[in-house]
Design a protein around this ligand. Structure first.
Ligand SMILES: [Cu+2]
Length: 166
């Protein structure tokens, strides 16, 4: 993704260079692109301290329902982070959930963010912290994959591939 953004920028530079009659923009725009490309690369390096592995959902045979999305988050940074949002093309909305265990049966509850400990691994699961996909737009068959954008407070947006399981 960062590479793609750099590439788009480079293409835009070339187009403007071709079309522009103003001499100044010939220098200013490539310079701007160069700086912004390096900025994006620095971001990508910062993101390497946090990784998502093993993102998965169960298969479902029809659209419209809700579905827990689980994954493992590895945070190698010295500071704690927080999972703020998840966007997946297969669902209209998503929420962060925790599971309360009180007197009766365990119950899911929506929370504003999922805390990610510093120097630690957090496993999202159905009976603990997890992401809930709401109003599925389609059925999901085993073996299928889709991509979701996961937004963290500090690490920024990380795209992850989600496996549909049996
Ligand atoms: Cu849930």
């Amino acid at each position: 993704m960062p590479f793609e953004r750099g590439l788009h920028c480079a293409v835009a530079c070339r187009n403007i260079k071709c079309n522009s009659v103003k001499y100044g923009s010939w220098i200013a725009l490539p310079l701007f692109c160069l700086i912004s490309t390096f900025g994006v690369m620095r971001n990508a390096v910062a993101n390497e301290s946090l990784a998502i592995v093993d993102a998965r959902v169960a298969a479902v045979d029809k659209a419209g329902g809700d579905l827990p999305l689980t994954m493992t988050i590895k945070n190698e940074a010295d500071s704690a982070d927080a999972l703020l949002r998840v966007r997946c093309p297969v669902a209209n909305f998503s929420e962060r959930h925790t599971v309360d265990r009180g007197e009766g049966a365990p119950a899911m509850r929506s929370i504003s963010n999922i805390p990610v400990p510093a120097k630690g691994t957090l496993e999202l699961k159905r009976d603990g912290y997890h992401v809930m996909l709401l109003q599925l737009r389609q059925a999901l068959t085993p073996g299928e994959t889709f991509k979701c954008a996961v937004v963290f407070q500090k690490a920024g947006t990380i795209e992850t591939e989600v496996q549909v399981q049996k």
